[in-house]
Design a protein around this ligand. Structure first.
Ligand code: RNT
Ligand code: ZN
Length: 422
């Protein structure tokens, strides 16, 4: 275990190295305070939720694989886990809830019946923990999602049911935002699509548009609620067509001044979400990110510090858009310690933003503008071996959370004392 003193010493050395490139590490650490990561509640229990005691993720083309012991089975356990995660992270976090995580108290509440009261204990918990909340309608794991269409269903009864669900979610989210004095992003993702080549894509998309128009007919103040929509390329069982494609939601968001959510697992494997950010920001006020790691497909692996996430963070920082991008995570790996999955993923995301903030952007830009492409390339490569880990360690130390590998032992202890006993 490194001492505070040695961490500081290492930081001083790092500071000098960055200073030589005109990068002020103290100022960068100040900026890290502006980076809030929204923790997706669903890594804690493999997207099961609390509608019934034995609920499981089903349908929707997403899958949690693995059966590592210790998943949260009650609201109390989930809260305990999130509090543990929070205690191991520097920087601000919010909690991102799905509608199936309501406090239903053994009552059978169907999705078209949910109300603010089912989430009041979450609002109170968030207030107590000084956290903002985000929200999501749950348009999967339900008999009415079994035929693969929800908001774009040709069955009027099914479509009406889901429209009602999402309307209620917006109402709940706006009330959360009002009580917490902190806007809640309500992100709509639907699994709608078809396994084989359909002939009538058009009607499904027209129905989705109609449903969204109905859903958004009620206006809520932006200071309480931000509406977002998440596109997707394909899912298991919807390989041939996804109704809510990128073009669909981009068009809808631009026309109606909504947020678009980029999940970096939802595009062709060589497409880069990082490259999309400065395009979308020309036309939209704000974005939402679902930062994830796709391994060959939308596999929702734990986020790591890879090229993809580096580019996402760099493009946000380079475009000076930290205030316009809401950063959420989205993965659910059931094959490893779930608390570890959270902390490792959030730390990787934070390191990506720190790495981006430590970039000598002005120098790089000057090289670019004067056609000095070798110099630009060389400096970009050099930045990869600069001691940003020492800066991150110091950031952890300043925030009184475990530094470097120290969090591993703490999570092992939590596993032994808490998770294994569940
Ligand atoms: C699914 C989407 C969506 C979900 C969550 C649980 O492909 O990424 O965001 O992962 O709503
Ligand atoms: Zn997502």
């Amino acid at each position: 275990m490194a001492t505070k003193e040695s961490i500081k010493k290492a930081y001083q050395l790092a500071k000098e190295q960055y200073k030589a490139l005109n990068v002020d590490t103290d100022a960068v650490l100040e900026k890290m305070k502006d980076i809030t990561i929204s923790l997706h509640c669903w890594q804690s229990d493999d997207v099961a939720g609390f509608e019934t005691p034995d609920a499981e993720l089903s349908g929707g083309g997403i899958q949690a694989t693995g059966n590592y012991p210790g998943k949260a089975r009650t609201i109390a356990q989930l809260r305990q886990d999130i509090e543990k995660v929070k205690s191991l992270l520097p920087g601000k976090v919010r909690l991102n809830l799905h509608a199936i995580y309501g406090d239903f108290k053994n009552e059978k509440v169907d999705r078209d019946q949910i109300e603010v009261r089912h989430f009041q204990s979450w609002i109170d918990w968030a207030k107590k923990n000084g956290m903002g909340l985000d929200f999501n309608p749950t348009c999967f794991s339900h008999p009415y999602a079994d035929d693969g269409f929800t908001l774009s269903s040709k069955n009027p009864k099914i479509r009406k049911f889901w429209v009602e669900h999402v309307k209620r979610c917006r109402k709940i989210a706006a009330e959360m935002g009002r009580q917490l004095k902190n806007p809640v992003v309500n992100n709509i993702w639907i699994p709608d699509g078809s396994k084989d080549v359909p002939v009538d894509r058009n009607t499904h998309r027209a129905l989705l548009k109609k449903s969204l128009d109905e859903i958004f007919a009620i206006e809520y103040p932006k200071k309480y609620l931000k509406d977002s929509m998440e596109s997707k390329l394909f899912g298991i069982g919807s390989e041939a067509m996804t109704v809510g494609s990128h073009e669909f939601y981009m068009g809808y968001a631009v026309k109606n001044n909504k947020l678009i959510c980029f999940d970096n697992g939802h595009f062709h494997p060589t497409e880069q979400v990082g490259d999309k950010i400065s395009s979308a920001l020309q036309f939209l006020d704000e974005l939402l990110l679902h930062v994830t790691r796709a391994v060959r497909w939308d596999s929702d692996h734990v986020v790591i510090f890879n090229d993809e996430i580096q580019l996402i963070a760099q493009e946000i920082v380079r475009a000076n858009a930290l205030k316009r991008v809401n950063i959420g995570l989205d993965y659910f790996d059931a094959s490893l310690n779930r608390i570890g999955a959270y902390v490792t993923g959030v730390r990787a995301a934070q390191v990506a933003f720190l790495f981006a903030l430590l970039e000598p952007f002005d120098t790089l830009k000057a090289y670019e503008e004067s056609g000095k492409y070798f110099e630009r390339l060389a400096l970009l490569e050099l930045m990869k071996t600069k001691p940003f880990g020492m800066v991150y360690d110091y950031y952890c130390s300043l925030n009184n959370v475990p530094v470097a590998e120290d969090y591993i032992g703490i999570i092992q202890k939590y596993e032994k004392e808490v998770l294994k006993k569940r």
